[in-house]
Design a protein around this ligand. Structure first.
Ligand SMILES: NC(=O)c1ccc[n+]([C@@H]2O[C@H](COP(=O)([O-])OP(=O)(O)OC[C@H]3O[C@@H](n4cnc5c(N)ncnc54)[C@H](OP(=O)(O)O)[C@@H]3O)[C@@H](O)[C@H]2O)c1
Length: 287
């Protein structure tokens, strides 16, 4: 495993695993959970240290059960959590502290290695065209700062914030976010945001590193196949798959990635990206 370092000195694995559909048998976050946590067990077996969790994935208890059963050395794990920026979680200091406490209890952990505000604005407000409820978001972040100072959260940050939203937040709070998690893949490179984060010592974390057919910048399957083909052609020069090439691309740009697979072979493959280096020409070809 290779690591990046957050600006407060906390080391974070350069690749972790997403968990959003663990406990389900499909990719639909709204489907009824089946309780199938086999991918969580195989991810632990494959050697993952970083687990990207969130209250809104609705599967923390199942993940916590796996952690309790396997009981890996906690100091070798990196548990990332997220709080939704909406009621009933973000209402006030008490509800925020309760949400973080409940989340840790469900996951069977006593601290988070990194904890993020899941989005700058709740979905309903976003649908109404609102960018960010500054007061609510700042209060939410300040409550996380308090938990950071208490040592319950080893690091804090945000997810899905753009440059303007980060700027507004940074002007209001003491602690610059240590990380920002956002979509970063060939369909949505978000390179200006990556650069902005780096200029401010904020670690970019790529969610959906190979999921091109979802989210705001989604493309159709034909275009997605095209991205896979280009990355696959590059990969053939190194004996690597298209997925490994995309993860390596992020790594070389200083971006942490949290790919998710339900398949053990793919889980292992996604960790196996540290024994080759993409040439400058290949990096350009992948942009
Ligand atoms: N902060 C946020 O708002 C946010 C939003 C979205 C996601 N996330 C986080 O980011 C994680 C990853 O995002 P994601 O699940 O949307 O997308 P992703 O990890 O980019 O892609 C997942 C898809 O890629 C397939 N896959 C994985 N590894 C592969 C490989 N080596 N070869 C071929 N196919 C492979 C998976 O299928 P199989 O399972 O069949 O392998 C799955 O269909 C999530 O689990 C979640 O934790 C965060």
């Amino acid at each position: 495993m290779e690591y990046f370092e957050l600006y407060n000195g906390v080391r974070i694995p350069a690749v972790g695993t997403g968990t959003n559909t663990f406990g389900r048998d499909d990719e639909d976050l709204k489907s009824v959970p089946t309780g199938n946590f086999k991918p969580m067990y195989t991810a632990l077996e494959a050697g993952y240290e970083l687990f990207d969790t969130a209250i809104s994935y609705g599967n923390e208890e199942g993940i916590g059960e796996c952690l309790k059963t396997v009981a890996p050395d906690r100091s070798k794990l990196f548990i990332l959590g997220k709080i939704p920026n909406r009621a009933p979680y973000n209402c006030d200091r008490d509800s925020i502290r309760k949400s973080v406490g409940d989340s840790m209890k469900n996951l069977n952990i006593e601290y988070f290695d990194l904890f993020l505000i899941h989005q700058p604005v709740d979905y309903k407000a976003a649908a109404e065209g609102k960018s960010m409820d500054v007061e609510t978001t700042v209060n939410l972040y300040r409550a996380l700062e308090e938990l950071y100072r208490e040592g319950v959260l080893r690091a804090i940050g945000v997810a899905n914030f753009n440059e303007d939203q980060l700027t507004v937040l940074m002007n209001e709070v003491e602690t610059v976010p240590m990380a920002n998690q956002f979509r970063s893949n060939p369909a949505a490179r978000n390179r200006p945001l990556v650069e902005f984060c780096k200029e401010n010592k904020i670690l970019p974390i790529a969610h959906s590193p190979m999921n091109f057919t979802a989210g705001a910048f989604r493309v159709d399957e034909v275009k997605a196949a095209d991205y896979r083909k280009i990355a696959g052609m590059v990969g053939s020069r190194y004996g690597k798959s298209w997925a490994q090439v995309l993860l390596r691309y992020n790594y070389q740009l200083g971006i942490c990635s949290i790919p998710k697979s339900h398949i053990y072979e793919f889980q292992k493959q996604n960790l196996d990206i540290f024994d080759f280096e993409l040439s400058r020409g290949d990096m350009e070809c992948l942009y």
